[in-house]
Design a protein around this ligand. Structure first.
Ligand code: F6R
Length: 364
């Protein structure tokens, strides 16, 4: 039941720190990733030369976060495929390919069929699934279960963040097995990952502030989520959260792409959620934000900076706890979920039951 919360979605948003702890704890041994309890042999990772991640919707966006890590930190080739595209494409994978399939329900038909196709090419298929004994869990060679618990709200929240946490742990393991991460590096990353639930709790304290600022969102026709690198991946999930439950047209843009077309859509008062958590591109990102601000967008900035009072950058600044850049995705996701939720509620909609959407998509 809802435990006193008005909707399942907000209850599930609050359940995330505990869900992450439940998911990662059994896979950590002496601060190193350990999947022996999931019966995953080291040979699955050992010798894998490239990675293909297949999923739909939010699960695919979780996969994209994993892909950023695998490519940028492990320097391994990685592809993320939309399941409904992969299954009708010519897969370029072989027995050296590790295929990771991500699905909360384990029943999404396109993801299931894509998995079956991938199995024709490789024996290294691993699914990240939340529902025990679901079709995808049974069909893949190996499965790691996320422990989000039942997710009732149609819009995925806790299932996403536990998928992301699992992607990171698997990434650490893959890096270790392929000599791309040292034991000391892996330990440091695992230790940082263990602090995520506490940082998410901190961000959940922003709920009232986020609720207030969504009064600026409820009348919007459009909204833009911008970021670079990992921030762009989480921007996609943020935009999806807003559109599916508030029915506001929202788009995620790689911030550097704005000036190649989309900036023409920025006019006075348009909400822009700008995410600037990646040190490597921070200055570039701030200059992109100034460009939209100069066109009088209503800019909500999410960044690790302590305080930004510069009116040429943003209208509202949500400062998140300082964690390694890779891990900011969890904190940013919480804020984006709250923006989506309170915008929906502010419009008098039922965030748990958005129109036209079903929790599990078993039609093609
Ligand atoms: C969005 C959402 C969907 C699902 C997608 C895949 O909030 O929930 O985009 O992520 O339908 O579902 P699963 O993960 O069950 O395969």
């Amino acid at each position: 039941e809802k435990d006193g919360y008005p909707h399942f979605m907000i209850k599930e948003i609050h359940e995330q720190p505990a869900a992450i702890t439940r998911t990662i704890t059994p896979r950590i041994q002496d601060d190193l990733p350990d999947f022996s309890g999931d019966q995953i042999p080291d040979t699955l990772f050992d010798g894998a030369e490239n990675v293909t991640i297949i999923a739909c919707g939010t699960a695919m966006y979780a996969g994209m976060v994993g892909a950023e890590f695998i490519q940028n930190r492990l320097k391994m080739p990685v592809t993320v495929s939309i399941a409904s595209e992969f299954r009708y494409s010519q897969p370029v994978i072989d027995e050296k390919s590790l295929v990771i399939v991500v699905s909360q329900s384990g029943e999404t038909i396109d993801t299931f069929e894509a998995l079956k196709l991938a199995k024709q090419y490789t024996d290294r298929t691993l699914s990240i699934v939340n529902v025990k004994e679901s079709s995808i869990a049974r069909e893949s060679h190996y499965v790691v279960y996320t422990h989000a618990g039942p997710e009732i709200a149609v819009a995925s929240t806790k299932a996403y963040t536990v998928q992301v946490a699992m992607m990171y742990l698997l990434g650490f393991k893959l890096g270790l097995m392929n000599g791309r991460l040292s034991e000391a590096e892996a330990k440091e990353k695992v230790q940082a990952l263990k602090t995520v639930p506490a940082h998410m709790e901190e961000v959940l304290q922003y709920e009232k502030r986020v609720k207030e600022l969504t009064s600026r969102m409820v009348n919007a026709q459009d909204a833009f989520y911008i970021g670079r690198g990992l921030d762009y991946r989480v921007a996609m999930e943020g935009a999806l959260k807003l559109k599916e439950i508030s029915y506001i047209h929202a788009e995620a843009y790689a911030a550097g792409e704005l000036k190649h077309g989309t900036i023409s859509l920025i006019e006075e008062g348009v909400p822009v959620i700008a995410i600037a958590n990646q040190q490597k591109v921070y200055e570039k990102m701030i200059s992109n934000i100034r460009e939209v601000k100069a066109r009088n967008a209503f800019v909500i900035l999410i960044s690790k900076d302590k305080a930004i009072d510069d009116p040429t950058i943003c209208n509202v600044h949500l400062s998140i706890p300082d964690v390694p850049d890779d891990l900011t995705v969890f904190e940013t996701a919480v804020i984006c979920q709250l923006i989506g939720y309170y915008t929906s509620v502010g419009k008098g909609l039922d965030p748990d039951q958005p129109r036209n959407l079903a929790k599990s998509v078993t039609v093609e």
